[in-house]
Design a protein around this ligand. Structure first.
Ligand code: SF4
Length: 225
Protein backbone atom coordinates (compact mmCIF):
# COMPACT_ATOMS: atom_id res chain seq x y z
CA UNK A 1 0.00 0.00 0.00
CA UNK A 2 1.49 3.34 -0.99
CA UNK A 3 1.82 6.33 1.31
CA UNK A 4 -0.86 8.07 -0.81
CA UNK A 5 -3.29 5.23 -0.15
CA UNK A 6 -2.53 5.40 3.56
CA UNK A 7 -3.62 9.05 3.53
CA UNK A 8 -6.75 8.08 1.57
CA UNK A 9 -7.85 5.47 4.11
CA UNK A 10 -7.54 8.00 6.91
CA UNK A 11 -10.25 10.01 5.16
CA UNK A 12 -12.36 7.18 3.74
CA UNK A 13 -12.30 5.12 6.94
CA UNK A 14 -12.26 7.90 9.50
CA UNK A 15 -14.06 5.64 12.01
CA UNK A 16 -10.87 3.57 12.09
CA UNK A 17 -9.23 6.62 13.70
CA UNK A 18 -12.06 7.67 15.99
CA UNK A 19 -12.39 4.12 17.38
CA UNK A 20 -9.32 4.93 19.48
CA UNK A 21 -11.52 7.19 21.57
CA UNK A 22 -14.39 4.74 21.90
CA UNK A 23 -14.64 3.60 25.52
CA UNK A 24 -16.16 0.19 24.77
CA UNK A 25 -13.43 -0.54 22.20
CA UNK A 26 -10.75 0.67 24.60
CA UNK A 27 -12.11 -1.58 27.35
CA UNK A 28 -12.33 -4.71 25.25
CA UNK A 29 -9.11 -4.23 23.25
CA UNK A 30 -6.96 -2.47 25.82
CA UNK A 31 -3.75 -4.34 25.11
CA UNK A 32 -4.20 -4.24 21.33
CA UNK A 33 -4.44 -0.44 21.40
CA UNK A 34 -1.43 -0.20 23.71
CA UNK A 35 0.62 -2.22 21.22
CA UNK A 36 -0.56 0.03 18.39
CA UNK A 37 0.66 3.03 20.38
CA UNK A 38 3.94 1.24 21.08
CA UNK A 39 3.28 1.37 24.82
CA UNK A 40 3.83 -2.34 25.22
CA UNK A 41 5.21 -5.27 23.28
CA UNK A 42 3.57 -7.68 20.83
CA UNK A 43 2.99 -11.13 22.25
CA UNK A 44 5.10 -12.90 19.64
CA UNK A 45 8.10 -10.86 20.78
CA UNK A 46 7.45 -11.87 24.39
CA UNK A 47 7.15 -15.50 23.27
CA UNK A 48 10.66 -15.23 21.82
CA UNK A 49 11.98 -14.44 25.32
CA UNK A 50 10.53 -17.48 27.09
CA UNK A 51 13.01 -20.35 27.37
CA UNK A 52 11.70 -23.73 26.20
CA UNK A 53 13.37 -27.12 26.57
CA UNK A 54 12.84 -30.18 24.41
CA UNK A 55 14.73 -32.85 22.52
CA UNK A 56 14.25 -33.81 18.91
CA UNK A 57 12.81 -37.20 19.85
CA UNK A 58 10.26 -35.87 22.36
CA UNK A 59 6.71 -37.08 21.75
CA UNK A 60 3.95 -34.64 20.90
CA UNK A 61 2.37 -35.12 24.32
CA UNK A 62 5.67 -34.25 26.00
CA UNK A 63 5.98 -31.17 23.81
CA UNK A 64 2.48 -30.10 24.86
CA UNK A 65 3.45 -30.47 28.52
CA UNK A 66 6.40 -28.14 27.94
CA UNK A 67 4.04 -25.81 26.10
CA UNK A 68 1.79 -25.65 29.18
CA UNK A 69 4.76 -24.80 31.39
CA UNK A 70 5.92 -22.10 28.96
CA UNK A 71 2.39 -20.66 28.82
CA UNK A 72 2.58 -19.96 32.56
CA UNK A 73 5.98 -18.30 32.15
CA UNK A 74 4.60 -16.30 29.24
CA UNK A 75 1.69 -14.93 31.25
CA UNK A 76 3.98 -13.91 34.07
CA UNK A 77 6.45 -12.18 31.73
CA UNK A 78 3.65 -10.46 29.84
CA UNK A 79 2.38 -8.96 33.10
CA UNK A 80 5.86 -7.66 33.94
CA UNK A 81 6.37 -6.16 30.48
CA UNK A 82 2.95 -4.54 30.54
CA UNK A 83 3.88 -2.65 33.71
CA UNK A 84 7.17 -1.43 32.32
CA UNK A 85 9.93 -4.09 32.40
CA UNK A 86 12.00 -3.35 29.26
CA UNK A 87 12.03 -6.37 26.95
CA UNK A 88 15.57 -5.44 25.85
CA UNK A 89 16.80 -6.37 29.32
CA UNK A 90 15.54 -9.94 29.00
CA UNK A 91 18.04 -12.33 27.40
CA UNK A 92 16.96 -14.35 24.37
CA UNK A 93 17.01 -18.11 25.06
CA UNK A 94 18.54 -20.71 22.75
CA UNK A 95 15.12 -22.23 22.18
CA UNK A 96 12.02 -20.17 22.80
CA UNK A 97 8.30 -20.66 23.40
CA UNK A 98 7.74 -19.47 19.82
CA UNK A 99 10.22 -22.08 18.55
CA UNK A 100 8.32 -24.67 20.58
CA UNK A 101 5.05 -23.70 18.92
CA UNK A 102 6.68 -24.15 15.52
CA UNK A 103 8.10 -27.51 16.65
CA UNK A 104 4.65 -28.66 17.74
CA UNK A 105 3.09 -27.43 14.50
CA UNK A 106 5.70 -29.43 12.56
CA UNK A 107 4.84 -32.58 14.52
CA UNK A 108 1.14 -32.08 13.85
CA UNK A 109 1.86 -31.69 10.12
CA UNK A 110 3.35 -35.20 10.08
CA UNK A 111 0.02 -36.68 11.13
CA UNK A 112 -2.25 -33.78 10.39
CA UNK A 113 -4.91 -33.07 12.95
CA UNK A 114 -4.79 -29.29 12.80
CA UNK A 115 -8.55 -29.31 12.46
CA UNK A 116 -11.31 -31.67 13.50
CA UNK A 117 -11.27 -33.42 10.10
CA UNK A 118 -8.24 -35.27 11.45
CA UNK A 119 -7.05 -36.47 8.03
CA UNK A 120 -3.86 -37.91 9.59
CA UNK A 121 -1.87 -37.39 6.38
CA UNK A 122 1.82 -36.59 6.49
CA UNK A 123 1.91 -33.11 4.99
CA UNK A 124 5.70 -32.98 5.26
CA UNK A 125 5.79 -35.84 2.73
CA UNK A 126 3.35 -34.34 0.24
CA UNK A 127 0.27 -35.87 1.82
CA UNK A 128 -2.87 -33.87 1.12
CA UNK A 129 -5.97 -33.98 3.25
CA UNK A 130 -9.44 -32.53 2.83
CA UNK A 131 -8.17 -28.92 2.75
CA UNK A 132 -5.68 -29.63 -0.02
CA UNK A 133 -2.89 -27.87 1.89
CA UNK A 134 0.55 -29.41 1.94
CA UNK A 135 3.68 -28.17 3.65
CA UNK A 136 4.30 -25.06 1.55
CA UNK A 137 2.65 -21.74 2.36
CA UNK A 138 0.65 -21.03 -0.79
CA UNK A 139 -0.66 -17.49 -1.01
CA UNK A 140 -3.29 -15.96 -3.24
CA UNK A 141 -2.84 -12.30 -2.30
CA UNK A 142 -1.39 -9.92 0.27
CA UNK A 143 -2.95 -6.51 0.74
CA UNK A 144 -4.22 -3.89 3.15
CA UNK A 145 -7.89 -4.69 3.80
CA UNK A 146 -10.11 -1.64 4.32
CA UNK A 147 -13.36 -3.54 4.78
CA UNK A 148 -12.74 -4.98 8.24
CA UNK A 149 -14.02 -3.60 11.55
CA UNK A 150 -12.70 -0.09 12.34
CA UNK A 151 -10.41 -1.41 15.10
CA UNK A 152 -8.59 -3.55 12.52
CA UNK A 153 -8.37 -1.23 9.51
CA UNK A 154 -6.08 -1.19 7.66
CA UNK A 155 -5.66 -4.90 8.23
CA UNK A 156 -2.66 -6.73 6.79
CA UNK A 157 -4.54 -9.45 4.96
CA UNK A 158 -2.86 -12.57 3.68
CA UNK A 159 -5.10 -14.91 1.72
CA UNK A 160 -3.66 -18.39 1.93
CA UNK A 161 -4.95 -21.14 -0.33
CA UNK A 162 -7.22 -23.97 0.79
CA UNK A 163 -9.81 -24.36 3.51
CA UNK A 164 -11.01 -27.05 5.88
CA UNK A 165 -14.65 -26.48 4.95
CA UNK A 166 -16.60 -26.03 1.69
CA UNK A 167 -19.38 -23.56 2.35
CA UNK A 168 -21.63 -23.28 -0.72
CA UNK A 169 -21.81 -19.49 -0.23
CA UNK A 170 -18.05 -19.03 0.09
CA UNK A 171 -17.02 -15.62 -1.29
CA UNK A 172 -13.44 -16.84 -1.71
CA UNK A 173 -14.25 -20.07 -3.54
CA UNK A 174 -11.43 -19.74 -6.08
CA UNK A 175 -8.96 -19.44 -3.22
CA UNK A 176 -10.46 -21.87 -0.73
CA UNK A 177 -11.02 -24.61 -3.32
CA UNK A 178 -7.77 -24.26 -5.25
CA UNK A 179 -9.31 -22.93 -8.46
CA UNK A 180 -6.11 -20.91 -8.65
CA UNK A 181 -2.65 -22.18 -7.81
CA UNK A 182 -1.28 -19.48 -5.52
CA UNK A 183 2.34 -18.49 -5.02
CA UNK A 184 4.65 -20.22 -2.60
CA UNK A 185 6.18 -18.10 0.17
CA UNK A 186 8.99 -19.16 2.48
CA UNK A 187 8.65 -18.02 6.09
CA UNK A 188 11.45 -15.44 5.67
CA UNK A 189 9.78 -14.03 2.55
CA UNK A 190 6.47 -13.81 4.35
CA UNK A 191 8.14 -12.01 7.27
CA UNK A 192 9.39 -9.37 4.81
CA UNK A 193 5.87 -8.96 3.39
CA UNK A 194 4.41 -8.60 6.89
CA UNK A 195 7.03 -6.07 7.85
CA UNK A 196 6.18 -4.07 4.76
CA UNK A 197 2.47 -4.19 5.58
CA UNK A 198 3.21 -2.90 9.05
CA UNK A 199 5.56 -0.17 7.88
CA UNK A 200 2.88 0.93 5.43
CA UNK A 201 0.38 1.41 8.23
CA UNK A 202 -1.39 -1.94 8.69
CA UNK A 203 -2.39 -2.57 12.27
CA UNK A 204 -2.28 -6.33 12.46
CA UNK A 205 -1.32 -9.64 10.94
CA UNK A 206 -0.62 -13.05 12.41
CA UNK A 207 1.37 -15.95 11.06
CA UNK A 208 3.39 -17.89 13.65
CA UNK A 209 6.18 -19.35 11.47
CA UNK A 210 6.81 -15.99 9.83
CA UNK A 211 6.89 -14.34 13.26
CA UNK A 212 10.09 -16.22 14.03
CA UNK A 213 11.74 -13.96 11.45
CA UNK A 214 10.09 -10.76 12.59
CA UNK A 215 11.46 -8.32 15.14
CA UNK A 216 9.08 -5.45 14.54
CA UNK A 217 6.66 -4.63 17.32
CA UNK A 218 3.14 -4.23 15.98
CA UNK A 219 3.18 -0.77 17.46
CA UNK A 220 6.64 0.36 16.48
CA UNK A 221 5.34 2.49 13.66
CA UNK A 222 1.79 3.41 14.62
CA UNK A 223 -0.44 4.36 11.75
CA UNK A 224 -2.97 6.39 13.61
CA UNK A 225 -2.31 6.67 17.31
S1 SF4 B 1 -8.42 -30.75 6.58
FE1 SF4 B 1 -6.32 -30.07 6.32
S2 SF4 B 1 -5.84 -29.08 8.31
FE2 SF4 B 1 -7.64 -30.35 8.65
S3 SF4 B 1 -6.77 -32.30 9.39
FE3 SF4 B 1 -7.08 -32.46 7.15
S4 SF4 B 1 -5.08 -31.96 6.26
FE4 SF4 B 1 -5.12 -31.21 8.39
Amino acid sequence: MSRVLIRVWRVAKSEALTVHGDNAAKRSLRRYFRVLRNETVSRFLIAKKIAAEWSEDDSLSKLWLEHARCSNDFQSLERKIDVGTPIEEIPSPGKSYLDLKIRIATEILKDCHFCTRGCRVNRLKDGLGYCGCGNAMMVSSIFAHMGEEPELVPSGTIFTMGCTIRCCHCQNWAISQWKETGTEFKAEEMATEIEQLRLNGCRNVNLVEANRHLGLNNGSKPSSA
